[in-house]
Design a protein around this ligand. Structure first.
Ligand SMILES: O=C(CO)COP(=O)(O)O
Length: 247
């Protein structure tokens, strides 16, 4: 039985003035021990957020594939560990689009995270154009095959299915579409890594909020949520944690 993981992605939001939100979210995480909760914040906030979060894991939103080197502006996995991070998001669609990250780069980033002892949340998802063309499952399962890190076996890795058209739009797929996609991802994982696939959590992300969390989290093969906008405040995020705990 996979434990549910509810992870927040603060994207490019968050200053030290927001640390009370981290503390309040961490308190809710402690009060709901049946669910794993994590918060991925900007690099600049990791150290302070990790202190404010207590036992709740804090993570980054990207990591470089190399442990060090001449890569101006980039941050390596050992640096994240030193700052207090325990996980990293890799391959978010915003980075795949704006930074042109490829599946091969995403795979290398996940492996670098794992090598440094970080958990990884690896994002995949189709565009609206791809869904409208009937290619959503083909696109997403191809992303899984091409970006799955070596050593994927085990609970250090989570995949996050985030349809690009559902991110920040208030639109979500139907429950049937979510279940179908998560089933297809699980089947692909089994084909690639056999029974070890059952340890890998598959999160849903894209416009998750207090109103839709319970029904999305109840879909077959949905092992948690990756939450953007609704993770920025405890008032919005805690009900999602509680919805996961109530399942
Ligand atoms: O991109 C997301 C999380 O990584 C989802 O963002 P929203 O929850 O704001 O739609």
């Amino acid at each position: 039985m996979r434990r549910k993981l509810v992870a927040g992605n603060w994207k490019m939001f968050g200053l030290k003035a927001d640390l009370p939100e981290v503390s309040a979210i961490a308190a809710a995480a402690a009060a709901n021990p049946g669910v794993d909760v994590a918060l991925c914040v900007p690099f600049t906030l990791i150290s302070a957020a990790a202190k404010a979060a207590g036992a709740m894991p804090v993570g980054a939103q990207d990591v470089h594939a190399s442990p060090n080197g001449a890569h101006t502006g980039c941050v390596a996995a050992p640096m994240l560990v030193e700052a207090g991070a325990r996980l990293a998001i890799v391959g978010h669609s915003e980075r795949r689009a704006a930074q042109h990250e490829t599946d091969a780069e995403v795979k290398a980033k996940a492996e670098a995270a794992h090598g440094a002892g970080l958990q990884a949340i690896l994002c995949i998802g189709e565009t609206l154009e791809e869904r409208d063309a009937g290619r959503a499952e083909a696109v997403v399962t191809a992303q899984v095959a091409a970006s799955l890190p070596d050593g994927a076996a085990g609970s250090w890795l989570a995949l996050a299915y985030e349809p690009v058209w559902a991110i920040g739009t208030g639109r979500t797929p139907t429950e049937a579409d979510v279940a179908a996609m998560h089933g297809a991802i699980r089947a692909k994982l089994r084909a690639l890594i056999g029974a070890e696939a059952d340890a890998v959590r598959i999160l849903y992300g894209g416009s998750v909020n207090a109103g839709n969390a319970a029904s999305l989290l109840a879909c077959a093969d949905v092992d948690g949520a990756l939450v953007g906008g609704a993770s920025l405040t405890a008032a919005k995020f805690v009900p999602i944690i509680e919805a996961a705990a109530a399942l």
